[in-house]
Design a protein around this ligand. Structure first.
Ligand SMILES: O=C(O)CCC(=O)C(=O)O
Ligand SMILES: [Fe+2]
Length: 571
């Protein structure tokens, strides 16, 4: 009997009734709540799997319900009698779906299978930090790399128990359904090839994703609302608090180091340089308590279940004073002279920035500018005949007098005209926005072109987190175009080598009295450093910043240079 009612095509269910020896997989069956004697009672006898390729709104294949098929697949695993870890679960699911869907479903092209989709081959597979942990799947005479599987909201299927929960939920939803049409219980899963990143797959503007699973959220459920499909831009609701905004801002404003404090922004890859069309300033917050919390939340939101310091830039705090702006650009980097060691080709096995999360820290007046503009897209819902072209927009702007503080004919003036006619996101304190710079297959998305509009009233504060699709440059394990030379390996090791730092009070400077204390960054107390206290020793890393405080006020800061394995700082 075809209980799918033909909805999933003419594939009828043929339950393989051959007895299955399940003695090797009792634990897995337990996690799925399948009792071998009463398998027809299992929720998996009612629920099908609809599999999507990453980023696709339509399923590429449907596996109809079959407990026997599940049992067969589990029994063929090499006897695991413990709880499967997430890599084992993914290996199992890849084999299970490839087998259930067969050739012609969910492959990268016609006549291929899910195996060919999940394993793109050595030339196209990004080596991620956990690559060694992947559990290869038997595939004919050879082995394939597994996909990772996600819910529509980006929660990774990391245990069989979670799969069971999803099955229960799907059956519940189907039975709650008021009429016949919506009928069949299905688990929608999104398969992501080994080495690639999960991305939300919206089908229409306004579509909302509820992210109940995001770790360390602010109490309310985080929701992701689709603002535009091309480029893919999303509002993130309930992402951060006023308090977090203030903490980040106060820390950035109080930062005195040249590297981390506010300074004129630069652009480019190596030896970044000042750029006449990025007039704003920025500060960096890599290890602050709030910055770490927010960065981790960003990863969780993006579907990355294990935080990875090497896969994002620090949190970059942005300040745009009056008239300041950042001309439209891509957040991904181009190795224009093709002279770098790092492999920026994210469509193959290299890496690049793939997602940007922008946090807005200020409310700007209605005509105060400072929007984030996506000049290749028009406002959503605006009828084609109402689109205003640039020359007309400039005329209107000049007539309004609202950009009189900008030089006529300047790039800033032209940008304001663009900002008033193209797709924009308006700054608002606690607003957060996500957009992607890559497609799910790693190719670059040129629609992601965007900029920070000139500020016409007040000051705009914001922050961004650029997240990479692979380990970013200068971190160990980053994808490179060729083998590294021994000198390069040494340089890289030095950049991340642990440094033993000692702080000592010479007693010569009377300001450093008995209340002197050593802090890591601003908030982490390490030890007392009065004239009579013993030296404070710590293990730390290059670029880490240590503060010497007296009565809570920072009187001196030391940044670890990494030049030597041991560094001594005397006050
Ligand atoms: O300030 C903005 O709205 C955009 C900033 C931006 O594009 C960036 O920092 O990459
Ligand atoms: Fe940007």
């Amino acid at each position: 009997k075809d209980i799918s009612g033909g909805y999933y095509g003419d594939r009828s269910i043929s339950l393989d009734e051959a007895p299955v020896d399940v003695s090797s997989c009792t634990r897995a069956l337990k996690d799925l709540s399948i009792h071998p004697e009463q398998s027809t009672e299992s929720v998996f006898s009612k629920v099908s799997f609809a599999l999507h390729r990453s980023g696709d709104t339509e399923a590429c294949g449907v596996a109809p319900p079959s407990v026997t098929a599940l049992q067969h697949a589990l029994a063929s695993l090499e006897s695991y009698d413990a709880v499967l870890n997430k890599y084992q679960v993914e290996s199992f699911l890849t084999g299970f779906f490839a087998d259930r869907l067969g050739t012609g479903k969910c492959g990268p092209e016609e006549g291929t299978s899910l195996f060919d989709y999940c394993d793109e081959g050595p030339a196209r597979t990004v080596i991620q930090p956990d690559h060694q942990k992947l559990v290869h799947v038997p595939h004919g005479d050879s082995m394939s790399l597994p996909c990772r599987f996600y819910t529509r909201e980006g929660r990774r299927i990391s245990s069989l128990e979670f799969l069971k929960e999803l099955a229960d939920l799907a059956v519940q939803e189907a039975s709650d359904c008021p009429d016949e049409t919506c009928g069949f219980a299905a688990i929608e899963l999104y398969a992501v090839p080994a080495g690639r990143m999960f991305m939300f797959a919206p089908s229409h503007v306004g579509e909302v994703f509820e992210l109940k699973h995001v770790k360390d959220s602010i109490g309310e459920v985080i929701t992701v609302e689709t603002l535009s499909l091309e480029p893919r831009v999303f509002d993130i609701h309930n992402f951060f608090t006023v308090e977090e905004a203030d903490q980040l801002l106060i820390k950035a404003l109080g930062e005195t180091s040249e590297t981390y404090g506010f300074h004129r922004s630069t652009t480019g890859t190596s030896g970044a340089s000042v750029f006449s069309k990025r007039t704003s300033e920025n500060a960096w917050d890599t290890h602050g308590v709030t910055a770490q919390k927010v960065k981790r939340r960003c990863f969780s939101l993006l579907g990355i279940d294990e935080y990875e310091e090497s896969m994002s830039d620090g949190l970059q705090i942005l300040r745009y004073n009056l008239t300041k702006a950042y001309t439209s650009h891509y957040d991904y980097l181009e190795d224009k002279a093709n002279k770098e060691l790092y492999d920026y080709d994210s469509s193959m096995k290299g890496g690049n920035r793939f997602a940007t999360i922008l946090l807005y820290f200020s409310d700007l007046p209605e005509d105060g500018g400072g929007e984030t503009v996506f000049p290749r897209a028009w406002p959503v819902g605006l009828p084609v005949e109402e689109r205003v072209q640039l020359p007309e927009a400039i005329k209107q702007l000049r007539a309004s007098g609202e950009a009189d503080l900008l030089t006529p004919g300047s790039w800033e003036e032209e940008m304001v005209a663009q900002c008033r006619t193209r797709l924009t996101v308006k700054p608002r304190k606690t607003r957060a926005v996500l957009f992607y710079s890559q497609y799910p297959n790693g190719t670059l998305d040129t629609f992601s072109y965007h900029g920070g509009c000139p500020v016409l009233k007040g000051t705009k504060f914001a922050a961004n987190l650029w997240t990479w699709s692979a380990i970013r440059p200068e971190f160990p394990g980053a994808p490179t175009k060729r083998e590294k030379t021994p000198e390069e390996i040494e340089e890289e090791a030095a950049a991340t080598r642990q440094v033993h730092a000692t702080f000592r009070n010479s007693g010569k400077d009377p300001r450093f009295d008995a209340s002197t204390q050593v802090y890591y960054e601003d908030l982490t107390f390490f030890g007392n450093l009065g004239p009579n206290d013993p030296p404070v020793g710590v293990n730390t890393f290059k670029t880490h910043k240590w503060n010497i405080k007296v009565n809570g006020k920072t009187l001196k800061s030391f940044v670890i240079t990494g030049a030597n394995e041991k560094e001594v700082f005397v006050i």
